[in-house]
Design a protein around this ligand. Sequence first.
Ligand code: PLP
Length: 445
Amino acid sequence: SSPDARTPLPTDGSAAWFERAHRVTPGGVNSPVRAFNAVGGTPRFMVSGQGAWLTDVDGNDYVDLICSWGPLLLGHAHPEVQARVAEAVARGTSYGTPSRSEVELAEEIVARTPVEQVRLVSSGTEATMSAIRLARGFTGRDVVVKFAGCYHGHVDSLLAEAGSGLATHAVAGTPGVPAASVEATVVLPYNDRAAVEQLFAQRGGEIACLVTEASPGNMGVVPPEPGFNEFLAQTCARHGALFVSDEVMTGFRVSRQGQWGLDGAREGWAPDLMTFGKVMGGGFPAAAFGGRADVMGMLSPQGPVYQAGTLSGNPVATTAGLTTLRLAADEVYAHVDAAAATVSAAAGEALTAAGVPHLVQHDGNMFSVFFAPQVDRVVDYVGAASQDTAVFRAFFHAMLEQGVYLPPSAFEAWFLSAAHDDRAIGHVLDALPGAARAAARAHEG
Ligand code: PLP
């Protein structure tokens, strides 16, 4: 049946919790996108996750296509992760001393990626913030280069927007960030080699690092043009700047070795520093930054650049991350790749059949759909922003009503997991045609 012909799902419970949350928390949420501001409606308060499914307080079940915004490569409540975490909890939840699982998690990261050493932290934001401090400490330079549309967490100096001209100073992306904090940040258009070359020619000697999402997933999925990351690595090297590849989203997700496994490993280059989070925490707060041993050696207590954390390397979080990575074998990636290919192809077909202009863009098993964009291919933030978010909104709600939980914003990647089996995928495929027709009505209207 078409979604508009059904009785709407009950949401009284979520609405009541949202109202209660509003009284004690700004906007009722602890991370803005969860509030559904971009799509409208009542955000669903979840009470459990099992495999590919989420269940809300009103008893509605949804196939989860966010997977906690990336971390849950194995799906919700994986039995072995649960068991190892329960054992870890039974041994105490935080020691404030070195412990074994943090060493083992660091070894696993070092084994899969080109980094020689890592430091564990608790969020992706902390990882990028610390990597930038380290890059500045190592080079003795201040300028940080980033790309418009890339998100690196809510680090002051990275919450910057492009100023008027190409190589001008950035402007703060939010109130509360002093102009001084972004004075040394330069924002360039993504995939634009000429802009990078021009900036480095003019100011190469001032640049501490260039930081980029290894393959951007925070403006929708906008993969690097072939050779772009290699070009960035070489350009940085030529000017004595560090190349910082942010793999918080892509790390251990788009391949065993993350995005680097899809480009750097083949092309024979490595970032100077990398940041990780999400999958490596197995659904717990764990993240990391790492890289060349000579650069990492500048970190306290070995070197002078200060960085620390009460819960860094937490035994429960590192156990969850380590167990997840140990289970993330080639078959897991093959399954997630195939599931993502099936769902993304079906989404494209449904939208085509309904006459909705769209683009499906991939980076391995990470993909997103741009609704009625003004471009043939999205290569940067300007292209990403040209889509019609009203069309997405209609599609989103029609999917939600049919029990499929998409990211509540047109600018986010869709994530699948090893737990997305035939039943879950079948449920998504059944929902797509009706949602595509809803999108078509919004497009025509
Ligand atoms: N870097 C990237 C590429 C991200 O996608 C994110 C979060 O989505 C972050 C950094 C920040 O991570 P966290 O939300 O754990 O602070």
